[in-house]
Ligand binder design. Structure first.
Ligand SMILES: C[S@@+](CC[C@H](N)C(=O)[O-])C[C@H]1O[C@@H](n2cnc3c(N)ncnc32)[C@H](O)[C@@H]1O
Length: 201
């Protein structure tokens, strides 16, 4: 069983806060979550359920079967329509559809360097030209013990390169809410707003 599967079986894991990440609630208010939405690495689905409640046709994928089982159960209990599916975020082309917005709450920061490269190719297959990838990750100011890889702004810009069809529109300081006691309930994070260029090379 993978680290994530085990975490969901023992759950709830630290990142599973039982509500959407506040950052994504703000992005919806700002109008940056648009059209058809995919929550990549959706876990038990709080951000996807939020997007669906806000009126978006929404899919959520995760490779942890237990997470998707719990997400489906929540959707049913809450009467919210989301298509949840067990899938590898590094192979989003297998979904055979494209989205206007892809949400990422804590997925990118779980990848190693090689997976980051594979992920950009996978994202490009699932995000329509002009679509937005909205990514929340722990940043280098998150000084507590353990947890995922810390990500710098420079690393984000090195992965999502103009010459490869991406425009990093904005990287803003944000917080990642977790179940831990303070100060871990406000873990320093970056929120990246990245556009897939309309005309990709
Ligand atoms: C930190 S958790 C965040 C979960 C969820 N987005 C949230 O905010 O509660 C990262 C998630 O990414 C999923 N994940 C990691 N690598 C993945 C991959 N290659 N394909 C699909 N899901 C993946 C894990 O199973 C886990 O649910």
């Amino acid at each position: 069983m993978t680290f994530f599967d085990t975490a969901y079986h023992q759950g709830p894991p630290p990142w599973d806060i039982g509500k959407p990440q506040p950052v994504f609630v703000d992005l919806e208010r700002e109008g940056l979550i648009r059209g058809r939405v995919l929550d990549a690495g959706c876990g038990t689905g709080e951000n996807a359920l939020f997007a669906a409640r806000a009126g978006h046709e929404t899919w959520g994928v995760d490779f942890a079967e237990e997470a998707i089982r719990q997400a489906k159960r929540k959707a049913k209990e809450q009467g919210v329509k989301v298509h949840f599916e067990v899938a590898d975020a590094l192979e989003l082309e297998d979904l055979e559809r494209t989205f206007d917005t892809i949400l990422d709450s804590g997925l990118f920061h779980s990848f190693d360097d090689e997976e980051r490269q594979a992920f950009t190719r996978s994202l490009a297959a699932a995000l329509r030209p002009g679509g937005l990838y909205l990514m929340l990750c722990f940043n280098e100011h998150a000084t507590g013990p353990g947890g995922p890889r810390r990500v710098t702004q420079a690393e984000i810009r090195a992965v999502f390169r103009e010459e490869e069809g991406w425009t990093v529109r904005e990287i803003r300081p944000a917080f990642f809410a977790t179940r831990f006691d303070p100060p871990w309930d406000r873990t320093p994070a970056w929120l990246a707003v990245i556009e897939r260029q309309a005309a990709t090379p």
